[in-house]
Design a protein around this ligand. Structure first.
Ligand code: CA
Length: 742
């Protein structure tokens, strides 16, 4: 090799070395001392790199002054190989600092946020960015201990390409705070994030994004929320709660979310080209308009079934001279060129009541496409709509116009475009969305290097384990089971001398015949956090239970559960639960929440307590114990307590449940025990939807209804009351018409 070539090769190697850093990450830090020293010493352009591994209880306070050209960056050695666990959190302050690649899991924040764009009330972050971070089920074990996963403060910050999944305790997932002057007119950008599953909280304060609070709601925030994917964000009514002025929501996708994008407070919001896919899942909603100068244009809504405040489009009534925390009148607002296809409810003047009497004014609903050939009563008009101007809207032929002008009917043939959007084949239709804009998808949001686990509780996804009759055979089998396993019981007798703690979904079912289970502790199954239970084709006999009051067959954890559970009981017989008083089939505790409790084709007899006593939340602040309760084809005989006591107290309107379906069931001598404080066979308090069909009540305490909050749907039909007071409501009377007895 010539000397000249050697020199060139030498420089080339040196240049490559500079370019790639060649396996020596810049500013690699291996512990908190090294991290803190690196932060202290950081100059513009520096990179601090967390070494691979688990960082436990890491209190990362990352402050620095970078520049636009030379930011200070906190990153990780390898994405996905650095996790922050235990009581870890991140606080950022300064200028032009960037954080990327952090994963928070297996723990929860001991402070009020996991990721905060501030160090203290005075030390905020400006021109900063958090990108490609993950927060995965990083939840306080106390369901009602509040925190945020992300708190945005300061100005000009960006939160992008992050993956947040499984927020289960109370508190907004991402909050933009406007609590000091330095955080207003903030121009934040929240984009390309994947907001994964957020289960039903059963209470207010389960929003996925909130921008502002009622207190600062007349302040401009100027936040842009775009290209975010919302996957089953079901926490409460408000997927997004907009509570400040001049924010923009565009190009976001809402997949099967039970709630709406809500303009709760603040004015001049732009809601443009968002895509809502309900897939006809219950309570899926669209857009809710409150306040002034709101612009809702070019949004696509399909298969949304939500009712009332979860309608596909909701225009609310306001409160005259509203206090800042109530409902301002809708005025100078617009909903144009939106498509509502196969949606069930468009709600106008929603919330109209003695307090919310200010109807929408100077508002236009123009060129929208309302198409649902299966539902004649798409629109609900709760009050005077003369303040809304309707122009150029197109309806499916079955829908009646709700005003003399502004609606035409057309039969349209739709086809799906490559993005999965239904578009009318007829180009002459000017209503609906004018253009399909690029928007969020699972692929263009979040991070690529972290797995997306399905977080839903599912039964029968695991292996089948054979269980033989005998003492504690079932206990051992459950102990050795995994999530979703099926425990299949041979015919015969089973005795449990120990209670079975259930920490994951399991199914216990008969392989043949109807195996009989007896037990000696004061409960048979304890559903602990993460647990869920399905019983099928079993006989449960209380003959061996201890002679104490307050036994149960199944109980929830005595401690707070941040994971919602499911309980399915099918083809089972429960009998002889009467060794002492107050013996329940299900006993629940406060701070637990059932996604669903289902009883089908089962019999219950000689039971001293209640079957389903779902009344543990007694604070009357809108918190309740179960979302969906289904009782179908069951028989209840000689039951001391209630067959069902379902309670949601207070007048909070942030949630949709509880919901009840009670069908084709027989009740004989139910509720008569003197300890049954409800003095009812079935007691429903604050239940939002109750459908009772084909039930027989004989020699029972009455069916009691306490109809409060919102607009409960109560339909009782084809039911017979023999030697039983029919229905008792809170004011001591009922009217068939009020209760929709049909
Ligand atoms: Ca809320």
């Amino acid at each position: 090799m010539k000397k000249q070539h050697i020199i060139i090769a030498f420089f080339a190697v040196g240049f490559l070395f500079l370019l790639c850093g060649c396996n020596r990450p810049k500013g690699l830090v291996k512990n908190m001392d090294e991290f803190n020293q690196a932060v202290q010493a950081a100059r513009p352009g520096d990179i601090i790199t967390l070494a691979n591994g688990v960082w436990t209880n890491a209190e990362l306070v990352f402050t620095g002054k970078g520049t636009a050209e030379k930011p200070i960056t906190l990153t990780v050695q390898e994405k996905g190989k650095v996790t922050l666990e235990g009581q870890s959190f991140l606080q950022m302050a300064g200028e032009h600092v960037i954080v990327e690649g952090l994963v928070f899991k297996n723990g929860y924040t001991p402070v009020s946020e996991v990721i905060a764009f501030r160090k203290s009330k005075e030390e905020l972050c400006n021109n900063c960015r958090v990108t490609e971070c993950v927060v995965d089920n990083y939840n306080n074990p106390e369901r009602f201990e509040s925190d945020y996963w992300v708190g945005m403060y300061g100005k000009n910050n960006r939160f992008d390409h992050n993956y947040l999944v499984g927020k289960r305790n109370v508190g907004v997932t991402l909050a933009v705070r406007l609590d000091t002057e330095a955080s207003r007119e903030n121009n934040h950008r929240i984009d390309h994030n994947y907001f994964g599953d957020r289960p039903i909280l059963g209470s207010n304060r389960g929003e996925t994004i909130r921008i502002g609070t009622s207190h600062y709601s007349l302040t401009n925030s100027n936040t842009i929320v775009e290209y975010n994917y919302f996957d089953r964000c079901n926490g409460e009514h408000e997927i997004i709660s907009n509570k400040s002025c001049r924010n923009t929501f565009r190009y976001n996708t809402f997949f099967e979310c039970q709630g709406t994008l809500t303009m709760r407070h603040g004015n001049e919001t732009l809601v443009e080209s968002n895509y809502f896919f309900g897939n006809r899942k219950p309570n899926t909603g669209g857009i809710r308009i409150i306040n002034e100068k709101q612009k809702v244009i070019n949004n696509y809504c399909e298969g949304l079934t939500g009712y009332r405040f979860r309608g596909a489009l909701v225009i609310m009534n306001g409160v005259p001279n509203s206090p800042i925390n109530r409902y301002f009148q809708v005025t100078d607002s617009e909903a144009s060129n939106n498509a509502f296809i196969d949606c069930d409810y468009i709600q106008l003047c929603a919330g109209s009541d003695a307090e919310r009497s200010a109807v929408p004014v100077n508002t236009v609903v123009r060129n929208n496409l309302f198409y649902n050939e299966k539902k004649a009563d798409l629109f609900t008009v709760y009050d005077d709509i003369s303040g809304i101007s309707f122009q150029g809207n197109v309806l499916s032929p079955n829908l009646a116009p709700i005003s003399k002008t502004g609606f035409t009917q057309a039969k349209l043939a739709f086809s799906r475009d490559p993005n999965g959007i239904l578009l009318p084949g007829d180009n002459s239709v000017k209503a609906g969305i004018t253009e399909v804009k690029p928007h969020a998808t699972p692929e263009n949001t979040g991070v690529r290097w972290y797995p997306r686990n399905d977080q839903e509780v599912r039964f029968q996804t695991g292996k089948t384990i054979a269980v033989a009759p005998g003492t504690n055979t079932l206990f051992e089998a459950v102990k050795n089971s995994g999530s979703g396993d099926i425990l299949e019981l041979a015919e015969g007798d089973y005795l449990l001398t120990k209670a079975i703690d259930v920490y994951h979904p399991i199914t216990v079912r008969a392989k043949a015949g109807k195996p009989t289970i007896r037990y000696e502790k004061n409960s048979l199954f304890n559903i602990e956090n993460g647990g869920a239970l399905a019983l099928d084709n079993l006989k449960i006999d209380g003959a061996e239970c201890p002679d104490y009051s307050g036994n149960a067959v199944i109980r929830t954890s005595r401690y707070s559960m941040n994971r919602n559970y499911k309980l399915f009981i099918e083809n089972c017989d429960f009998t002889g639960l009467d060794v002492n008083h107050s013996f329940n089939v299900l006993r629940i505790y406060k701070n637990t929440f059932a996604d669903s409790v289902v009883l089908r084709h089962s019999t219950f007899s000689n039971i001293s307590g209640a079957i389903l006593q779902l009344d543990a939340e007694t604070d009357d602040i809108g918190i309740y114990s179960a979302e969906n309760v289904v009782i179908d084809n069951c028989q209840f005989a000689d039951i001391g307590g209630t067959a069902l006591h379902l309670h949601r107290g207070g007048n909070d309107e942030s949630t949709f449940g509880p919901m009840l379906q009670l069908n084709n069931s027989r009740f004989q001598n139910v509720g008569g025990d003197k300890r049954n404080k409800a003095a009812a066979s079935v007691s429903l308090h604050g239940v939002q939807v109750a459908r009772i069909t084909g039930c027989d009540f004989t020699d029972c305490q009455p069916l009691k209804l306490h109809l409060v909050v919102g607009d409960p749907i109560t339909k009782i039909k084809e039911s017979r009351f023999n030697n039983t007071a029919k229905v008792v409501t809170q004011d001591g009377s009922y009217k068939d018409a009020d209760l929709n007895f049909n």
